[in-house]
Design a protein around this ligand. Structure first.
Ligand SMILES: Cc1cc2nc3c(=O)[nH]c(=O)nc-3n(C[C@H](O)[C@H](O)[C@H](O)COP(=O)(O)OP(=O)(O)OC[C@H]3O[C@@H](n4cnc5c(N)ncnc54)[C@H](O)[C@@H]3O)c2cc1C
Length: 404
C-alpha cells in the first residue's frame, strides 16, 4: 500500500527531457536577443510549433495528465530557458484556461485549437480581464456586454489593459460586465473571433522584464460577436444572473474560475527562473576565487545557496500539491492555489536577487543572464493576482473572516 509518490513516471521523464532540451538548445540561446528587441519571438514560436510543443494537442495532453504534474514541470523547464519567450509561447494558454473554465464542450472544441493554429499558420490567444481601474479590484470592470436580441449578438465596449498578446492575438477572450450592480457575479466571458471589426490594439507597453512577451491595451468599440461566443451559453448565464439577483450562490465567477486553474502553473514558471539563477550562481560560486579560495568556501555564500535551493524545493512542493489537487478535483479549502503562486513568485524574486549578489558586479550587467532573471522574476509577484491579493485569498480562506 505505497500509493504516495513524488517520482515522475516514464512519460513525464521523457517529456521533461524533451522540453528541457528545447529550452537549453533553442530558448536560452535566444533569450538575450529577444529581451533586447522587446518583440514577440515568432521564429522561436515557429520552432516550438514545428516540434509539436506549441499545439493544442500537446497542451491538452499535458493538462489532461491525471497526476497534474506534467504541465507545471513543462512550465518550469521552459522558464528555465527564458520566461519572456515562454510567455510568448504559452501566453495563449491563459485564453485556453478562460475557454475551458467557462465554455461548453462545443465551444472548447471550436476555440481552443484556434488559440494555437498550425505550424503552417500560427495563431495566438489572449485573455483580457484587467482594466485601468480594475486590476486587483476585478469586480470593478467597466467593459460592458449588451445583448442585441434582434440579431442574437453581443455588443462589447471598453478598454482592457496589460493584456498578454493583446491586439496581436487571433482569439481574444474578454471578460465583461453584463450587470455591473452584481459586481463579479454579473460578469461573463466572450470569445472574440479572429479579425472581428472594432477590436484593436492600444498602447504597447515597454516593460521591466519578460520583454519578449507582448503586453498591450485592447480597445473594444462596438465589437459585435454572435450569441454563440458567450462562453457557457445564454441559458446558463440567465440562470446565474437570476440566482445572483435573488442573493443566492452563483459558484462560478468568470475571471476567478480562470485564475483558480492557472495560478499554480504561473508559480511553476517562477520556479523555472529561480532554478536557472540558483544553478548559474552555484557554478559561479565554485569558479570565482577571492582571497585565494573559491567564494563558495565562505559560509556567507554557501548558506545563501543552501537557502536558495531549500526555498525552490519548498515552493515546488506547494505548486505540485496545488496542481495535483486541481487534477484530482479537490477543492482549494485553504487557498492552496494562491499559496503556491505566492510562494513561488516571492522565492523567484529573492533567489534571483541573491544570485546577483553572488555574482557581484558581474551580476549587475547585461553580459550575464542573472540581471535579466531578476527583472523577469518580478512580474510573478504582480500578475495573476499580486502577492497581497494571494495573501488576502489565503487569509480569508483560513479564517472565514472577510479580511480587507
Ligand atoms: C506584464 C503583465 C502582463 C499581464 N497580463 C495580463 C493578461 O494577460 N490578462 C489580464 O487580464 N491581465 C494581465 N495583467 C494584469 C495584472 O493581472 C494586474 O496588473 C494585476 O492584477 C494588478 O492589478 P493593477 O496593476 O491594477 O494593480 P492594483 O490593483 O492597482 O494594485 C496596486 C497595489 O495595491 C495592492 N492592493 C490592491 N488592493 C489591495 C487590497 N485589497 N489589499 C492589499 N493590497 C492591495 C496590490 O497588491 C498592489 O501592490 C498583466 C500585467 C502585467 C504587468
Amino acid at each position: 500500500m505505497a500509493d504516495f509518490s513524488l517520482d515522475l513516471n516514464e512519460d513525464q521523464l521523457q517529456i521533461q527531457k524533451w522540453v528541457h532540451d528545447f529550452a537549453e538548445d533553442v530558448i536560452r540561446p535566444a533569450a538575450h536577443e529577444w529581451d533586447e528587441r522587446e518583440e514577440t519571438p515568432w521564429p522561436i514560436i515557429q520552432e516550438a510549433a514545428n516540434i509539436g510543443l506549441y499545439s493544442w494537442e500537446f497542451i491538452a495532453n499535458a493538462f489532461g495528465d491525471p497526476t497534474g504534474i506534467t504541465f507545471p514541470m513543462v512550465s518550469e523547464e521552459m522558464c528555465w530557458g527564458d520566461a519572456g519567450i515562454t510567455l510568448a509561447i504559452f501566453g495563449s494558454t491563459l485564453a485556453v484556461s478562460g475557454i475551458v473554465g467557462n465554455g461548453t464542450p462545443e465551444q472548447i472544441a471550436e476555440w481552443v485549437p484556434q488559440c494555437f493554429g498550425t505550424p503552417e499558420k500560427l495563431q495566438l490567444g489572449a485573455f483580457a480581464v484587467s482594466e485601468p481601474d480594475a486590476g486587483s479590484d476585478v469586480a470593478n470592470l467597466r467593459t460592458r456586454a449588451v445583448y442585441d436580441e434582434a440579431t442574437d449578438e453581443w455588443v462589447l465596449n471598453g478598454t482592457k489593459t496589460w493584456i498578454t498578446n493583446g491586439g496581436i492575438a487571433d482569439v481574444h477572450v474578454i471578460v465583461a460586465a453584463i450587470d455591473p450592480d452584481l459586481k463579479a457575479r454579473g460578469h461573463a466571458s466572450f470569445v472574440v473571433p479572429p479579425a472581428t471589426p472594432g477590436l484593436s490594439q492600444g498602447q504597447k507597453f515597454k516593460k521591466h522584464g519578460i520583454r519578449a512577451s507582448h503586453t498591450a491595451e485592447v480597445v473594444l468599440e462596438d465589437v459585435r460577436v454572435p450569441g454563440s461566443c458567450l462562453l457557457g451559453g445564454k441559458e446558463r448565464l440567465d440562470e446565474r444572473l437570476a440566482r445572483a439577483r435573488e442573493g443566492r450562490s452563483t459558484k462560478v465567477q468568470a475571471a476567478m474560475s480562470t485564475f483558480e486553474a492557472s495560478r499554480p502553473l504561473v508559480g511553476a514558471q517562477a520556479l523555472g527562473i529561480a532554478r536557472a539563477a540558483y544553478e548559474y550562481s552555484l557554478d559561479y560560486a565554485k569558479q570565482r576565487h577571492t582571497f585565494g579560495r573559491a567564494i563558495i568556501e565562505n559560509q556567507g555564500i554557501a548558506f545563501k545557496l543552501a537557502d536558495m535551493k531549500t526555498e525552490i524545493d519548498a515552493a515546488r512542493l506547494l505548486v505540485w500539491r496545488a496542481c495535483w489537487m486541481a487534477a484530482t478535483h479537490k477543492r482549494f479549502e485553504n487557498g492552496e492555489g494562491s499559496m503556491s503562486k505566492l510562494k513561488a513568485g516571492e522565492v523567484a524574486v529573492k533567489v534571483t536577487e541573491e544570485a546577483i549578489q553572488i555574482l557581484g558586479g558581474y551580476g549587475y550587467v547585461r553580459d550575464y543572464p542573472v540581471e535579466r532573471w531578476h527583472r523577469d522574476a518580478k512580474i510573478y509577484t504582480i500578475f495573476e493576482g499580486t502577492s497581497e491579493i494571494q495573501r488576502l485569498i489565503i487569509s480569508r480562506a483560513i479564517s472565514g473572516v472577510h479580511i480587507r
